[in-house]
Design a protein around this ligand. Structure first.
Ligand SMILES: *Cc1c(COP(=O)(O)O)cnc(C)c1O
Length: 808
């Protein structure tokens, strides 16, 4: 852009912004609140986005490409205002205009609520996929739930997690458009009546409870292109708003109760990550957004296809993100048969050919199994269809040579009076995939081996990815600008081009700038820590970071115990010098997950013990940052030197935090688990630090025994000391961390924390040595950025297109 054009653009923006402020607030700029200033900017970007949105829709209708609908119970989208500004190409203009108007752009951006409509990686993945598909110009849409309250806000009080209700809609949400005319009635409960209509046995649901599903659309803007896709989130409302004057008191109260019962369905996101919660309300949520999303989609499809469903599976792909939307299978069957008059056989063909399924975890406690009675009561017709799918499937199996009844039963959708949702999803889909190579291998060889034997061609693997726009370009602007100055702009849409950065590994000015950017990002995080935790951090220390949901399998406990040991070591050797280290944690525990909350408490107690001890000369500091979410991640990932990815091998399906860290130049300290294995391969063994049991070794111990944590304890005085400290009053009461002590020693350490302890401390020692050689460290860090191309969600989307959705 010519400078004169830029100047004009800035002037135009300023005048339209001043005008907008008046429209939203009825105030002049000088009188307006920061919230008004935020609202006004939000409206400006929505106006600009909306015109592209309409155009994208009509283009898709003119040239009908195969569409992909991502069905997911979570979309963890993060704040959007800056994303819209940047993807519209307005970044410079807005930044300069705000400064000239005397406004603080950062403060304005911070007014936006971060919609916590997901728990962690699974929901964030869907947000990255939406961003990537829009940037690639592909017709993809999200379909999910408009939770009134997202994931709770975490406070830390006296070292413990306290949950506060999230209220992201408090000030309204400027990036959604309510579409009441596209509402759908979803039917729960009721009784089935069968009748013959034209000789065909037909089922009609009677006495059901109708709930209105009302869609809210959020535009998903591609980066520097004209594509705007949609994320559609459904909200529950009563079907009939009551008519106030005509009610007597009793009816009024009934009506209010009815309204809140209806609204309950989308009131709250269940806060469990990798843990099944079998509440009936959750099952209602699952059917609710599946039913509404499919109904609208099929209605639209018929409108553009002469009321004919023949080509449905050629033009539509419905992706089931983990098992929560698995009722898509039986619900499509219901719509096609009961509403569209198709035969079972025709309906089944379309259903299977349109559905694809991604599994996200192999933890047995996470796999959804609904009580058959509950499902039958809540969704009588759906349950009937599931029974019939299962009956026909078993009939087919009996024709297979060599399968006995035991094996057939192991593949049943309904087992022990429970509906196994993974089995349902696999049987109703033509593709099943894991999210990293190891995970997909475990699915084939262990978790879903029976199905793999039957349908080997259905099984695939697509390694997850993250969007570089959010996790590098928009939130590590220093590194972004250095990269672009060095290698041009290609990399923004082709992250593999980052490999060209390796040409700069011996370029002194580049090295200085690269290191300075990391330091700036660390100072930025230090300021945040100072403000929120009142702890002073040395920005030259190694920033060693573990941020993710708190879960036993992710082993924050291993990290905490290692820190306690390091502290003991420094106390015992007061003249030893180590490279100063800042251990940073963040993450939420599910409110009902006692053990995970104890781990948070332990980390905070260790932090307190260490941070207050002058005897160790500030060589280590420990920080727990409250309320980890996408927004906090945006300032944490760019500031990391070490990315802690230390799950028990075989348990972390992929991880995506590992990819965000890598892209920002952190070195992974990890087990050979999930996508760490592919990071290892991409970056080379000299640029990552791995340790610990392999997945095969873990499986072997689990199957055949042979691991004794007590024995490890007996032979390692360091472990004896830290274990004693858990219960000897070091942290207050004598029995303070008894549950952790018991899990590790009495119950033989299910997650192999003590087994991997020694290897982990040695890996930490290596980091201490490596960091002393700053040239070497720079090379490692640069290599991580340069070889992160594989971990862009653009690549993941292209993989899905080629191998699963067949949309290329
Ligand atoms: C990326 C991300 C996650 C996933 O992190 P993992 O380390 O892969 O578990 C969770 N929460 C948020 C807010 C994220 O941005």
């Amino acid at each position: 852009m010519k400078p004169s054009q830029r100047l004009q653009e800035i002037e135009d923006f300023k005048s339209s912004y001043i005008k907008k402020i008046q429209e939203v607030s009825g105030e002049y700029l000088a009188e307006s609140s920061v919230l008004d200033q935020y609202q006004a900017l939000a409206e400006i970007v929505m106006d600009k986005t909306a015109s592209q949105w309409a155009k994208t829709r009509s283009q898709y209708d003119e040239v009908p490409h195969k569409r992909v609908y991502l069905f997911s119970i979570e979309f963890l989208i993060g704040r959007l205002l800056k994303s819209y500004v940047n993807s519209l190409g307005m970044e410079e203009t807005v930044r300069i205009a705000m400064a000239e108007l005397g406004l603080n752009y950062q403060t304005i951006l911070s007014q936006e609520a971060d919609p916590g409509l997901g728990n962690g990686g699974l929901g964030r993945l869907m947000a990255c996929f939406l961003e990537s598909s829009a940037t690639l110009g592909l017709p993809f849409h999200g379909n999910g739930i408009h939770y009134k309250h997202g994931l709770f806000e975490q406070k830390i009080i006296n070292g413990e997690q306290v949950e506060v209700a999230d209220n992201w809609l408090r000030h309204g949400y400027p990036f959604e458009i309510k579409k009441p005319h596209e509402s759908v009635v979803v039917k729960f409960y009721g009784h089935l009546r069968s009748e013959r209509i034209d000789g065909v046995l037909t089922f009609v649901l009677e006495d059901y409870e109708p709930i209105l599903a009302v869609p809210y659309d959020i535009p998903v803007k591609g980066y520097h292109n004209n594509t705007v896709n949609s994320l559609r989130l459904w909200s529950a409302e009563p079907v009939e708003e009551f008519d106030l004057p005509s009610f007597n008191e009793g009816q009024f109260l009934d009506a209010v109760r009815h309204k809140s019962e209806a609204e309950a369905i989308t009131q709250i996101l269940y806060p469990n990550d990798s843990q099944f919660d079998g509440k009936q309300l959750r099952l209602k949520q699952e059917y609710f957004f599946v039913c509404a999303g499919l109904k609208r989609m099929i209605t639209r499809f018929k409108r553009y296809n002469n009321d004919c469903l023949d080509e449905f599976a050629d033009k539509i792909c419905i992706h089931i993100n983990d098992t929560h939307p698995a009722l898509c299978g039986p619900e499509m069957m219901r719509i096609f048969m009961d509403e569209e008059g198709l035969s079972w056989g025709d309906a089944w063909k379309i259903t299977v050919n349109s559905l694809t399924f991604t599994n996200h975890t192999v933890l047995p406690e996470a796999l959804e199994k609904w009580p058959a009675d509950m499902m039958k009561f809540l969704l009588p017709r759906i349950y009937m269809i599931i029974e019939e799918i299962n009956r026909q499937f078993q009939e087919d199996l009996r024709l297979e040579p060599g399968l006995n009844e035991l094996q057939i039963n192991a593949l049943s959708i309904i087992q022990d009076n429970q509906v196994n949702m993974a089995n349902l999803a696999i049987i109703c889909s033509h593709s099943v995939n894991g999210v990293a190579e190891l995970h997909s291998k475990i699915l084939k060889e262990e978790t879903f081996n029976g199905y793999y034997q039957l349908f080997p061609e259905r099984f695939h693997s697509v390694t997850n990815g993250v969007t570089p726009r959010r996790f590098l370009i928009n939130n590590n602007t220093g590194l972004r600008d250095l990269i672009t100055e060095s290698i041009g702009t290609d990399w923004i849409n082709n992250l593999f081009a980052l490999e060209k950065l390796m040409n700069y590994q011996n370029d002194p000015p580049f090295i200085d700038q690269f290191n300075q950017i990391k330091l700036d990002n660390k100072i930025n995080l230090s300021n945040y820590i100072k403000e929120h935790n009142h702890i002073t951090i040395n920005p030259d220390s190694i920033f060693d970071i573990q941020v993710k949901r708190i879960h036993e399998y992710k082993r924050q406990l291993l990290n905490a115990l290692q820190i306690l040991h390091l502290y003991n070591y420094l106390k015992a050797n007061p003249h030893i010098d180590i490279v100063p280290r800042t251990f940073i944690f963040a993450g939420k525990a599910a409110p009902g997950y006692y053990f995970a909350k104890e781990v948070i408490k332990l980390i905070n107690y260790i932090a307190d013990l260490i941070n207050k001890d002058n005897g160790i000369r500030d060589q280590i500091k420990v920080v727990f940052l409250a309320n980890f979410n996408v927004t906090l991640g945006e300032i944490i990932y760019p500031a990391a030197n070490i990315s802690e990815q230390i799950s028990t091998a075989g348990k972390e399906a992929s991880g995506t935090g590992n990819m965000k860290f890598m892209m920002n130049g952190a070195i992974t300290l990890g087990t050979m688990d999930g996508a760490n294995i592919e990071i290892h391969e991409a970056v080379g063994k000299h640029n990552i630090i791995t340790f610990g049991l392999s997945a095969d070794e873990v499986t072997h111990y689990q199957k055949y025994g042979g691991y004794s944590s007590v024995q490890i304890h007996e032979n390692d005085p360091r472990i004896q000391k830290i274990m004693r400290q858990l219960i000897d009053g070091t942290f207050g009461h004598l029995d303070n961390f008894q549950s952790i002590y018991d899990a590790l020693l009495l119950y033989n350490d299910t997650y192999f924390v003590l087994k991997d302890f020694d290897a982990y401390t040695k890996a930490q020692d290596r980091i201490n040595e490596l960091f002393k050689d700053q040239n070497k460290w720079f090379e490692m860090s640069l290599s991580n950025v340069a070889y992160s191309g594989l971990f862009s969600s653009d690549r993941a989307i292209l993989d899905y297109q080629k191998n699963i959705w067949k949309t290329l």
